[in-house]
Design a protein around this ligand. Structure first.
Ligand SMILES: [Zn+2]
Ligand SMILES: [Zn+2]
Length: 256
């Protein structure tokens, strides 16, 4: 199994800044931020599943356009997986015939372009090829989850957007074969209060989080604000924990 980074920034701009999206092999997305827009039509056509961490725009922006672009050319619906709360938000506020058509009833309810699949924390989806995606508890301003993506070669955890979360730490510590941890750090320490209010992490909170992780995964940082990225990375480096977190970047590929 391969996991490729399509977008990992807290903003847009230029060739390098894309919002959150990971491509698992050729057919599964974890979040669908603006990075998905770099895929060719033939690649978009192969996406069968989208696992959404939460309903914020930077994580779901490309779902409406993806479905509209490939729907007619596919024989099966694209399945959007998320918590019941997240799917309710997407139905009510995006696929509501006002912002975008309800593609779960187009061209008809029996054979739609899009299907919503509820997934609660702790539940797993089996994807074939021995691959599995499991929802982990996260803590954000809206209902949010992280995901564990597993195959025979081990597990990758993606935190999604989250504050410091004991349940998430506990869930990560339950994973015996954890190889990669992709975790957000949206703000530098100078914006600690904003990080708390918006339920994101800053370097000092990340350090507390990582101190509690028992395994020894590679740690990769995502969701850096473009204007504050270097400051944030310098602060992370200064904490000198037993992990040496690195900044995630577009095109990076993990093998599992
Ligand atoms: Zn968010
Ligand atoms: Zn976000």
């Amino acid at each position: 199994m391969k996991v490729r980074v399509l977008g990992c920034s807290g903003g847009i701009g230029g060739r390098n800044q894309r919002t959150t999206a990971l491509l698992v092999d050729h057919d599964v997305l974890i979040d669908a931020g603006t990075g998905v827009g770099d895929l060719e039509f033939e690649e978009l056509l192969q996406i069968d599943h989208v696992f959404v961490t939460h309903a914020h725009l930077d994580h779901i922006a490309m779902i409406p356009l993806l479905v509209d672009t490939v729907g007619e050319a596919r024989s099966m619906p694209i399945v959007v997986h998320g918590s019941p709360e997240t799917l309710r938000i997407l139905r009510s506020h995006i696929f509501n015939w006002l912002v975008w058509p309800d593609f779960s009833s187009i061209p008809d309810r029996g054979n739609p372009f899009l299907r919503f699949q509820e997934m609660r924390v702790g539940e797993s989806a089996k994807l074939g090829g021995g691959r599995q995606v499991t929802a982990l508890p996260a803590l954000h301003t809206v209902p949010a989850v992280g995901y564990q993506v597993s195959s025979e070669g081990g597990s990758l955890v993606f935190s999604g957007d989250t504050a410091y979360s004991e349940p998430l730490i506990a869930a990560i510590n339950e994973i015996p074969d954890l190889r990669y941890l992709i975790i957000e750090t949206a703000f530098p320490d100078a914006l600690h209060d904003l990080a708390l209010a918006s339920r994101h992490l800053c370097p000092s909170l990340l350090a507390l989080f990582l101190e509690r992780i028992k395994a020894h995964p590679e740690v990769w940082i995502t969701h850096l604000k473009p204007s504050r990225a270097q400051t944030t990375l310098d602060e992370i480096a200064s904490y000198c924990g037993r992990f040496s977190p690195r900044a995630l970047y577009n095109g990076l590929e993990f093998s599992l």
